[in-house]
Design a protein around this ligand. Structure first.
Ligand code: 4AD
Length: 448
């Protein structure tokens, strides 16, 4: 029976016959047999195949196997006499499924730089690090869904093509289609956020969430920005800012706990080679309370900081990455929730507070990344919202549906956006966001 290597390594079922399908990592010959290290992507660990020279294709094929060749091996699980592994597979048959020319195969045994690997994004998942990222990313996807589904949230598929620019920052990719160029009869683009549509469903179904691709045409070539990324956006009716913060914090802790339990082998690799102390860092986040300060307190702390920032600090500025990172990495050394930002720097949909100057917004900042979550309580009062939209020069006719939600059974509601790649970055310790999405899209870069 064909089995995943991960399962065989776990079961250690001696004398069991197995069929393995995977790719050669290395071949080593001794006098009368060869050792083949095979990986099938199911785990970080390879399985060692012992191929005896008695095998029919030993001289013609097996001794010509090199890194990258695809094989299907039938064999029997044996106790391994070698150090560092408990079992190996004594091959009874080695079928070569696909050869890989060693002269041109781009992955050598040595460690390649992540920059080089980005140039071969069609082969980089065959490396230990990128394979581990893919497995952790998949596990995190499931953890997100489990978290929300266990709590009765309903997943909503919000549109990818949209005519509303949620964040209003002019970062939408425009869509042209059809002969006339305007397929929908009005300008349309790729979504920058599913929030406004999620609000529609929250005000019918209560607790909902979206998990989908998101596009931003911002020209920021940083280690934390992508032009295409995935965002999780829960939206909760009858929920204020405090409730919103609690959901975001519980979700982050739930996800970290899940990977700490289920991705131990991959996390150990990241802890050893990518970010020393990673596992301790993740455990701390699960165990500790998050620190909570207001924007005004954050500005005071930054003004008192014995540190020269590139962007000068004063009340009213948008906090820059250097400010966020100082607060979470140097000052508090743990996740930090910052709330109550100036209304002037935040989008129209955020709820205006009693003071008239701030909005019920919250960002969660984490060490090494900065902002990982951005959210708010939404403005549920028709008149206040309309004034905010007018001030932002939004065409009210186009957003009548959004205003209608405040006209028919409006309720306090709130939600947030979690940048999925930033979460994967935080969990894996990868310094560049381009390593945590299979096919990164950044300005000037979209190879396959
Ligand atoms: O803070 P943002 O822009 O918030 C929204 O879009 C709201 N509509 C969310 C909501 O309230 N439903 O983005 C949310 C998160 C950020 O905190 C960040 O983690 C991530 O999305 N993000 C990006 N990730 C990768 N590349 C980019 N260019 C990103 N821009 C935002």
């Amino acid at each position: 029976m064909r089995k995943k290597i991960q399962q065989i390594l776990q079961e250690k079922d001696l004398e069991n016959q197995v069929v393995i399908a995977g790719w050669i990592r290395t071949r080593r010959d001794t006098g009368s047999f060869s050792f083949l290290e095979v990986n099938d992507g199911s785990s970080l660990g390879n399985i060692q195949i012992v191929a005896d020279q008695q095998l029919a294709n030993y001289k013609d094929e097996i001794v010509r196997l090199t890194a990258g060749c695809a094989v299907e091996v039938t064999g029997v699980v044996k106790e391994s006499p070698a150090k560092g592994q408990e079992i190996e597979v004594q091959a009874t048959e080695v079928n070569i499924v696909g050869w890989a020319d060693p002269e041109t195969y781009p992955l050598q045994k040595k460690r390649h730089s992540f920059e080089y690997l980005r140039e071969i994004s069609h082969l980089r998942p065959r490396t230990n690090a990128l394979g581990a990222v893919a497995r952790v990313r998949s596990r995190l996807t499931m953890a997100i869904h489990s978290f929300f589904q266990e709590r009765g949230f309903i997943q909503v598929h919000t549109p990818i093509i949209t005519t509303s620019d949620c964040e209003g920052a002019g970062e939408m990719f425009q869509i042209k289609g059809g002969k006339e160029g305007e397929f929908f009869g009005r300008p349309a683009g790729l979504t920058v956020s599913g929030q406004l549509q999620a609000e529609v469903y929250a005000l019918s179904l209560g607790d909902v969430y979206t998990f989908g691709p998101t596009f931003r045409a911002e020209n920021s070539n940083t280690s934390r920005h992508l032009a295409e990324f995935w965002m999780i956006e829960p939206e909760m009716a009858f929920c204020d800012l405090a409730c919103n913060m609690a959901v975001a914090r519980d979700m982050l802790k739930y996800c970290l706990n899940d990977v700490l339990t289920n991705c131990q082998e991959d996390l150990a690799l990241f802890d050893n080679f990518i970010e020393k102390g990673l596992i301790r860092k993740l455990k701390n986040v699960v165990e500790q309370d998050f620190k909570h300060i207001t924007y005004t307190e954050a500005v005071d702390l930054l003004l008192k900081a014995d540190k020269a920032f590139e962007f000068p600090v004063s009340w009213g500025i948008d906090l820059q990455s250097e400010h966020e990172r100082y607060l979470t990495e140097e000052l508090f050394k743990k996740p930090l929730i910052v709330t109550d930002y100036p209304a002037a720097i935040k989008p129209f949909y955020m709820r205006v507070s009693e003071d008239g100057k701030t909005v019920a917004a919250m960002d969660i900042l984490v060490p090494g990344i900065g902002e990982i979550v951005g959210g708010s309580q939404r403005e549920e009062r028709y008149d206040v919202l309309m004034k905010r939209m007018e001030a932002a020069q939004i065409n009210l006719d186009e957003y009548q549906w959004y205003l209608d939600l405040r006209k028919y059974g409006t309720v306090p509601h709130s939600g947030f956006g979690l940048g999925f790649e930033r979460l994967v970055q935080f969990v894996t310790g990868m310094t560049n966001i381009r390593e945590v999405i299979p096919f990164p899209r950044t300005p000037g870069f979209a190879p396959c």
